[in-house]
Design a protein around this ligand. Sequence first.
Ligand code: ATP
Length: 694
Amino acid sequence: MFAGQGSGIMLATYDDPGNSTASQRLRPGTLRRILAYAKPHSRESVLLVLLTVLDSLIIVSTPLLLKEIIDVGILQKDTTVLTVISLVVAGLALLDAGLQLAQSWYSGRISQGVSYDLRVQAFTHVQRQPLAFFTRTQTGSLVSRLNTDVVGAQHALGTLLGSLSSVFTLVLVLGSMFYLSWLVSLVALVILPIFMIPGALVGRRLTRYSREQMQMNAEMGATIGERFNVAGAMLSKLFGRPSEEARLFAERAEKVRKVGITWMVLSRLTVIIMTLLAAVVTALVYGLGGAMVVDGTFQVGTLVALAALLARLYGPITQLSSIQGEAHTAMVSFDRIFELLDLKPLITERENATDLPAPDDGAAPEITFDGVSFRYPKASEVSLASLESNALPAGERAQESPEVLRDISFTAPSGKLTALVGPSGVGKTTATHLVSRLYDPSAGSVRIAGQDLRDVTLDSLRRTVGVVSQDAHLFHDTIRNNLEYARPGATEEELIEACRAAQIWDTISALPSGLDTVAGDRGYRLSGGEKQRLALARLLLKAPSIVVLDEATAHLDSESEAAVQRALKTALHGRTSVVIAHRLSTIREADQILVFDEGGIRERGTHEELLAAGGLYAELYHTQFARQAVNGSGPAPDGPAAEEERRPQEAAPQMMPGGMVFFDGSGPDDGGAPGGGAPGGGVWHTNGPGPGGR
Ligand SMILES: Nc1ncnc2c1ncn2[C@@H]1O[C@H](COP(=O)(O)OP(=O)(O)OP(=O)(O)O)[C@@H](O)[C@H]1O
């Protein structure tokens, strides 16, 4: 039955926008792959078949025994036969109940087992996807694919397996009917094909509506997930238009409603037509069979048995025809999961990949960028249109994105601090992504300890490189579990020591539940500074030999800022570090500063060297960093720039020459006044071309 539906198939391309709705047919090989998933459950399947055959035998034997009760027991007044056969029928009913229970158990085990395999495989596969996949994919759609579709597949598979007995029953019932009366059976059999027509007609449309329904449900779920997570809810509270949002949501829900109604009507339609036909045929059998009893062709017991068998015939037929719908649903669900499983991860481990040296194995390794160019991967390479809510048209999905890094070469020396500075959007974050191999360069190579990252094992790379992003993410879990994520099984002492070094222990120990305090969704219950220090504690527990850090640009009060700076010092000590630096204190401490501009490195050197050179860095410094020094950031300036740094600065935000550079010292202490005096709290943002005549 499935094979017929699985053939005539059309390949769903990943590049169709919203392709799941567009390509309503199944992709080739879906049935074969479903069977492959069922293969590990073959022992249970054999047992299920045996139970099913037994059950079918009982179902057929009961009407035949009823015939004996009537024809021999009642009509010939043989009470012994009457009693014995009645008891046998009752016993068989009891046995049948047991068999049905066992059937449910095995069909449940098989369908749940398959869905377990699918779910685990899909989760593992999604985990292996590159960051680019997650930047494009709507989380809600992904959740739905891993959840609703797997449940759909499992439910449909369960029903299909549970209905296995229908096939056996059908064959046995027909055989028995022919044994009793070929004429009556023939009449019933002639009408049988009519029963198959509605299922066949409706089946194809059901596939299309099932797929549409799943896609629309996923989109609706994605909207809910996006709007109602903490960040989304906050954004919509501050900027959102509730009535407009509700209208858009209602539009999506309306689509779900419409498709849902059509699907329900179509799937019920087959059952309704079957029931109608069954009633008509029963009437026919009673009419024809009754005339034959009157004629004396057979006794009334045979007519009753025929009618009882007929009832047992239409049950399985009805079930088999509705199974068409279930089979379609199962195929579509499986197909949507296979579509995800077929997406090849862009970043993979080579077969002969080697381990990087363990972090505690000698000095921290150096990082080398050798002629690195990079462009973000095409949408079609990294994600599925059906997982993106506003997917680009197929042509655009296959288009190359612009080059973000151009022929970059530098070495971050062992155990030293390399600071990346430059205007916004020039590729600093992108460059750090290449160090942790979130992406591979389009040309050139990134090496750690001389080894190309494409040749090292992903595990050893994760152990070697520790990353702290600006908005450090914390799971909605206890602080302890968030910390242990970096080092499972860390002792209480190790946790406390890391927190102390990250200057966060005083805050944690003052909480009523201490380390067992739940950090809240996205760590929302902690302040920005606390969150970043906790992220530093997590990094210290991981103890990587390379640290990639994106300094926080805002929301630190003076106390928090000073604490973060102290924590940073500990975290970076002895480690090869690459820091996207926003604070003067960090930049001054750097052994090497790389000034990024337009995807390349425009200048490099130490703070003093670059200042003396009087280029882009000096310009940025005069417009921005000097202000931080005056506002109290880090140690008092000395050296050639000292005099300059001590010059009083204007507190007001400014449009700076050569770019829209503005000062943002917005910490709670500032009272919102731009340029307010949090020590080290001043950060610089640039928007558009930076100073330096771009
Ligand atoms: N996932 C992505 N897909 C496509 N383009 C991206 C992606 N992430 C960043 N870009 C683009 O790459 C360019 C460099 O971005 P990047 O974040 O590396 O700059 P940056 O120097 O770190 O900026 P900032 O200081 O504002 O964080 C930008 O033009 C940005 O739009």
